[in-house]
Design a protein around this ligand. Structure first.
Ligand SMILES: [Mn+2]
Length: 446
C-alpha cells in the first residue's frame, strides 16, 4: 500500500539571466531586474504552501555555466527555507549549466541533490515511517551539448513504486545536441510513471498518463519569444499511484504580442500619429485583460491578479490606411516615438503595460477586393501567395531562393547570429510584403 504525496516539477529557471528589454532605465528597475529571481522564490513559496515532499528542477537552473555569485547565494538561501520543512530538491544539469555539481561556489544545503553526469542517479523518497513511496532518477549534461541517449540509463526495478525521471531534452531525435529521443522512446520505457522534462520553454503536458510526460516550461519569460504566463507543475500522486497535475503560475511580468487592426472600425480609422497612438491606447487595456494561454488547469485558490505585476508587449499594427505613409516619409524612428508615448502613459498603471516593441505591418490603401475581381494578374498573384503560405512543397521551393542570409532549420539554443532565423512569422511577412510590393508596382505602372 502506497501513500499519497505531492511534488513540484520545475525547470529552466535560468537564474542569473535578465529580461531582454533594450531600455536601460527599465532593465535595472524592479520588477524587471528581479523577475527571474522572484519567479523562483514563488516556486519555493508554493512548495511550502502546498507542503510538497520534494522539488524537481529538470535542468538549466542557472543560465550560464559560469554562474553568478548572486544567483548561487540566492538559490542556496531559498533552498534553506525548504530545508526547514524537510523538503528535498533534486536537480539535473542542462545545456546551460552542465557540470553544475563540480563548481558550486558555496556549500550546498543538505537538502539539495545534484544528479551525476556520468551515470543515472537514483534517489529514494520515503514517508515518515521510512517506507519508500517514490524514486527519482536523473542524469545531468556533461557539457553544453550532450548527444548521449540519456533516457536509456534510467532503469528502475519492476515493482509498484512511483518512478519519476528528470530529463533535459528537446524530444527530437534529429538534433543530437540535446539528449536525443522521441516521444515513443519515452512512452515505451518501462517503469517510469512521470517524465519531468526540461529544455522546451513552454509548459506542455505531452502525454496525460501511462506515463505522464510533461514540460514545466520557463517560469519567467525573458523576451517576446517566451510569451505568456510561466510557472511550474504541482503533481499530486494518490494512494493508487494516480497523478493529477495543476499549473502554478509565477511570472510577475508576462510577455505578450497584441495585434491591432486599424481597419477594425472604419469611422475611427487613425489618419495621423496622434490618432494612431490614441487608437492603440484605447485597445491596450482591453487586449491585456484577455486571459493568457494556460497549459493546464490552474491550481484552485490562486489569483492571477496577485501574481502579475505587468505586461511586456509587442504591438503588431496591421491594416490598410493612409497612415502607412507617415512611416515611410519621415526620417525619425516613428516606432520609438509611439513607444515612448505609450510607456509614459501605461507604465504607471497596475498592472503596468510596458511597450517593448512596435511591429508595423501597415499596408497602403488599395481596394483589393475590387482589384481581385477585375484584374486577372492580381487575382493570380493572390492565388499564388495564398498557396505559398499553405502548400509545403511550394513553401520549400520559395525558401530555396530566399538566399543564404536566412537560416531555415535553426536551433533556438545555438543561434548563428550571422544569419536571420526564418520562422513562420517571418516567412508570412516576407510573402505578404512581396505581394504588396508587386501589386503596388503594377498599379504604379498602369
Ligand atoms: Mn532552458
Amino acid at each position: 500500500m502506497n501513500f499519497s504525496f505531492k511534488f513540484i516539477h520545475a525547470a529552466d529557471i535560468h537564474l542569473g539571466s535578465m529580461l531582454n528589454v533594450y531600455d536601460e532605465k527599465i532593465e535595472d528597475t524592479d520588477p524587471f531586474k528581479n523577475a527571474v529571481y522572484d519567479a523562483f522564490e514563488r516556486i519555493v513559496d508554493y512548495a511550502l504552501k502546498f507542503k510538497v515532499k520534494f522539488l524537481l528542477i529538470s535542468g538549466d537552473l542557472y543560465d550560464r555555466d559560469s554562474k553568478s555569485i548572486r544567483a548561487n547565494s540566492f538559490f542556496n538561501f531559498q533552498c534553506k527555507r525548504l530545508l526547514e520543512e524537510d523538503i528535498n530538491v533534486y536537480i539535473i544539469a542542462g545545456n546551460h549549466d552542465p557540470f553544475v555539481g563540480k563548481r558550486e561556489v558555496f556549500k550546498l544545503p543538505d537538502n539539495v541533490f545534484i544528479c551525476d553526469s556520468e551515470k543515472c542517479s537514483e534517489f529514494y523518497i520515503k514517508d515518515r515511517d521510512s517506507k519508500v513511496i517514490a524514486r527519482v532518477y536523473g542524469n545531468s549534461y556533461r557539457s553544453k551539448f550532450d548527444s548521449r541517449k540519456l533516457y536509456n540509463s534510467y532503469n528502475p526495478p519492476e515493482d509498484f513504486i512511483f518512478n519519476i525521471a528528470m530529463l533535459h531534452t528537446e524530444l527530437n531525435s534529429n538534433n543530437a545536441n540535446y539528449a536525443p529521443c522521441t516521444l515513443e522512446n519515452l512512452k515505451s520505457k518501462s517503469g517510469i510513471d512521470y517524465w519531468a522534462l526540461g529544455h522546451i520553454h513552454k509548459c506542455k503536458i505531452i502525454n496525460k498518463s501511462n506515463p505522464i510526460i510533461a514540460y514545466s516550461g520557463v517560469p519567467q519569460g525573458r523576451d517576446i519569444g517566451e510569451e505568456g504566463m510561466g510557472g511550474c507543475l504541482l503533481v499530486e500522486v494518490d494512494e493508487k499511484s494516480n497523478a493529477s497535475i495543476n499549473f502554478l503560475p509565477v511570472s510577475s511580468i508576462v510577455w505578450k504580442k497584441v495585434e491591432i487592426d486599424i481597419n477594425e472600425d472604419i469611422e475611427k480609422e487613425p489618419e495621423n500619429l496622434s490618432e494612431l497612438i490614441s487608437f492603440i491606447e484605447e485597445r491596450a487595456q482591453r487586449s491585456i485583460d484577455k486571459i493568457d494561454y494556460i497549459p493546464c488547469q490552474i491550481q484552485k485558490d490562486i489569483n492571477l491578479n496577485n501574481i502579475i505585476k505587468g505586461y511586456a508587449v509587442r504591438w503588431i499594427i496591421k491594416g490598410r490606411g493612409s497612415i502607412k505613409s507617415v512611416f515611410e516619409e519621415v526620417e525619425d524612428n516613428v516606432e520609438d516615438i509611439i513607444k515612448e508615448s505609450l510607456n509614459s502613459r501605461f507604465m504607471n498603471y497596475y498592472p503596468f503595460i510596458y511597450t517593448d516593441s512596435i511591429d508595423v505591418r501597415l499596408e497602403r490603401v488599395l481596394d483589393i477586393e475590387k482589384l481581385r475581381s477585375s484584374n486577372n494578374v492580381i487575382r493570380e498573384i493572390y492565388e499564388l501567395s495564398d498557396a505559398a503560405l499553405k502548400e509545403d512543397n511550394l513553401k520549400k521551393d520559395i525558401m530555396n531562393v530566399f538566399g543564404q542570409v536566412w537560416e531555415k532549420n535553426y536551433d533556438d539554443e545555438n543561434i548563428n547570429y550571422l544569419k536571420i532565423q526564418l520562422n513562420r512569422d517571418n516567412f508570412e511577412e516576407i510573402i505578404r510584403k512581396a505581394r504588396e510590393l508587386v501589386i503596388y508596382k503594377l498599379m504604379e505602372d498602369s
